[in-house]
Write a protein that binds this ligand. Structure first.
Ligand code: IVH
Length: 673
């Protein structure tokens, strides 16, 4: 047997053992035997580098570190699920489904665990893993391919047969409890930081620029759906789809069940609630999905969530502790929020020391006094909340809280408008607290995404009067930064690189980053899509703003107020002058990619995609395919032996692209071979 044949056999054997160990949880050989096979393949590949293939099991160990993550546009957005907590919300969901489908009979659902990890998307071309991305804001995530390749439960190459030419699998990365405990013990021994819970550990491990760090962390993956499948017919039901994913080598939750009607859903919920503590990983509820995929399509989506699925969450965890004090936090828009300072207590997977009290009325309604024994509640990622006090345990020394009439940070008057629940500091950007929050928001991941500009650093920059507005960030120099306490030169230059990189953004992100009151991510996206340019948004009057979906009079007024403030316009002008810019394509159609509405014509034989697969991909990205070339055609995709359509395109001056260029257009951020 020659080296190439032996390498081939070893690869297949190791893959099989990997699969048995990590996916089926049924190993056939000992760790020592596995290591022997692995080392033999490593040695063989070292002697014959020409035999190394990117999907070889030896290539999981972690590639060279990156300087940053490339952006990935999700052609099919990664949406979220509507939540339910109570049984009647589940009944209402089932009712809406039956109404939507116009059926009286019981609907078949698949019920699955709701994994408490982080969502990722995996792309396979011709069966090989080509890209893995985080969810990000749902439309744009980060390219973490090198990191995801290190997870043994993610197939580098699909098993079995009948896979689509292009497949995008969605699922969750998480860490098992036992692995988490072991890993934290190791962190402790090394004197490194411990993680608070498996979810944070999984998220922190995946977003590492050095894939070798991810490789050393025990991450797992579960697949729960398919976003794109081009070039192969898929089964008709979600349950069969999950079986198919399992055949292709993906771990799929063994706890999944087909159930019928609302009674079936609630019985599953109760069963999983009881089994929850015994599961090897964290779940924060269960997910129900209509089984019939055609029915799913008919039901469709409302806003950013499917009508055919529901997350039924477990109740938030509660714990009892003492309220030590109430302090005031000043938010980005000046809102004064009372915050409960608590005796540390472990709840919902983390140690909680602060909990929000929302506003003055809430404190009065709950009759909260400093010194009280209180119940704290925390669910998932949500900010901990002070649920209620236990008056029977109130000490005589407990004192009532008085809301301040001035801002505790800048001393400006705090005013509460009649129609608002909160008092606000009137200091505007004169107030260092508001300035700090505005800068942190501007730099946050879903806004301008300036990595390394954290809480402490922003405070230092404001204290030293180096930065007052977001525009000042783009004037920072190495010297000013390196002079700050605890700032190493390396971190300073990394930060400057991140600031430089942030200059290239999208209109939606930029609008969101400006931090107008009541303009969240979704509204910013709607505004970008509607106006298509910042200048049109800045010039829009109330009536024009009200034409934007979901923008009502209050939001419109907030936007008008922001845009008529000369100071804000000056900061925007300075940001533009500093080189902050955005791409019109992404800005106008962030969800569907840059080809939304574009007209394609396919001609000739493409090297890897069939005609149908190419058409499905274009349509999935929001483009259209037509049979003949005209002046209206945006692109002609030409393969081998293209004939008259190619000639016509050339004579009309229509751009002609090949398959690689087409794929790059459909999935920006992807590297073109
Ligand atoms: S299906 C349209 N199934 O929950 C969304 N999601 O709120 C389709 N999640 O970020 C998602 N377990 O990461 C689905 N069995 C499951 C899930 C699940 C956890 C997460 C997912 C997403 C969030 C949705």
């Amino acid at each position: 047997m020659n080296a190439s044949e032996r390498a081939c056999i070893l690869r297949a054997e190791i893959d099989e053992h990997n699969y048995r160990y990590y996916v089926l949880d049924a190993p056939l050989i000992s760790d020592a035997e596995y290591d022997r096979l692995f080392r033999e393949l490593q040695a063989l590949e070292a002697d014959h580098p020409e035999l190394v293939r990117s999907d070889s099991p030896t290539q999981r160990v972690g590639a060279a570190p990156l300087t940053g993550f490339a952006a990935v546009l999700h052609v099919t957005p990664m949406l979220s699920l509507n939540n339910a907590f109570a049984d009647d919300e589940v009944m209402a969901f089932d009712r809406r489904v039956r109404e939507g489908l116009a059926v009286d009979d019981e609907v078949s659902y698949v019920a699955e665990p709701k994994f408490d990890g982080l969502a990722v998307s995996l792309s396979y071309e011709q069966g090989s893993l080509t890209r893995g991305a985080t969810r990000g804001d749902g439309s744009r995530g980060e390219d973490v391919t090198a990191n995801l390749r290190t997870l043994h439960s993610i197939p580098l190459h699909l098993r079995g047969s009948g896979w689509p030419e292009l497949l995008e699998v969605r699922g969750e990365v998480l860490m098992w409890h036992s692995d988490f405990v072991r890993m934290n013990a190791r962190q402790r021994e090394k004197g490194d930081k411990e993680f608070v819970n498996p979810r944070n550990a999984a998220a922190g491990s995946l977003r590492q620029l050095d894939p070798r760090i991810t490789a050393a962390r025990p991450l797992r993956f579960f697949a729960y759906g398919i976003a794109v499948a081009a070039g192969a017919a898929l089964p008709a039901t979600h349950s069969a789809l999950l079986e198919r994913l399992a055949e292709w080598g993906f771990p799929v939750a063994p706890e999944r069940r087909r159930v019928s009607g609302p009674a079936g859903l609630l019985a599953y919920y109760a069963d999983m609630g009881a089994r929850r503590v015994a599961l090897p990983y964290d779940i924060d509820g269960v997910v129900y999905k209509v089984d019939d995929l055609a029915a799913q399509e008919r039901l469709g989506f409302v806003s950013r969530a499917p009508r055919f699925a529901l997350a039924h969450k477990f109740p938030a965890e509660e714990a009892i502790t003492t309220l030590l004090d109430i302090s005031i936090q000043v938010g980005r828009t000046g809102a004064l929020t009372p915050v409960a300072r608590l005796m540390p207590v472990f709840v919902g997977g983390v140690t909680v020391t602060n909990a929000t009290l929302h506003n003055e009325d809430e404190i009065r309604r709950k009759d909260v006094r400093i010194g009280d024994t209180v119940v704290v509640r925390r669910a998932g990622d949500v900010i901990p909340e002070l649920a209620r006090v236990l008056p029977e345990r109130r000490p005589a020394s407990a004192t009532a809280f008085v809301m301040p009439t001035t801002c505790p940070v800048c001393g400006s008057l705090a005013v509460r408008n009649d129609d608002e629940a909160v008092a606000r500091c009137t200091g505007g950007l004169y107030c260092p607290a508001q300035r700090k929050q505005a800068l942190l928001h501007f730099a946050s991941r879903r806004a301008m995404d300036i990595e390394g500009l954290g809480d402490r650093l922003v405070e230092q920059l404001i204290e030293a009067a180096i930065v007052r507005t977001p525009a000042d960030l783009y004037r920072l120099g190495l010297l000013a930064l390196a002079n700050l306490a605890r700032m190493a030169e390396k971190s300073a230059s990394n930060l400057l690189a991140a600031i430089e990189q942030s200059k290239q953004t999208t209109l939606a992100r930029f609008i969101y980053a400006l931090g107008m009151r009541n303009v969240g991510e979704a509204t910013a996206r709607d505004l970008a899509r509607h106006f298509g340019s910042l200048d049109r948004l800045l010039a829009a009057d109330q009536g024009q703003l009200l034409q934007v979906p979901d923008v009502g009079p209050v939001v419109a007024q907030c936007i008008r107020q922001f845009c008529s403030e000369p100071h804000n316009l000056e900061v925007i002008a300075q940001l533009r002058a500093a080189g902050v810019n955005w791409t019109a394509g992404e800005a106008t159609a962030p969800v569907a990619g840059s080809v939304a509405g574009k007209l394609f014509v396919l001609t000739g034989t493409l090297p890897s995609l069939g005609r149908d697969a190419a058409r499905q991909m274009i349509e999935a990205a929001g483009g259209k395919v037509s049979a003949s070339v005209s002046k209206k055609t945006d692109f002609v995709v030409a393969g081998a032996e293209a004939g008259s359509k190619l000639e016509k395109a050339q004579s009309l001056g229509v751009p002609v692209i090949d398959e690689g260029q087409m794929l790059a257009l459909l999935t920006p951020g992807r590297s073109v071979p």
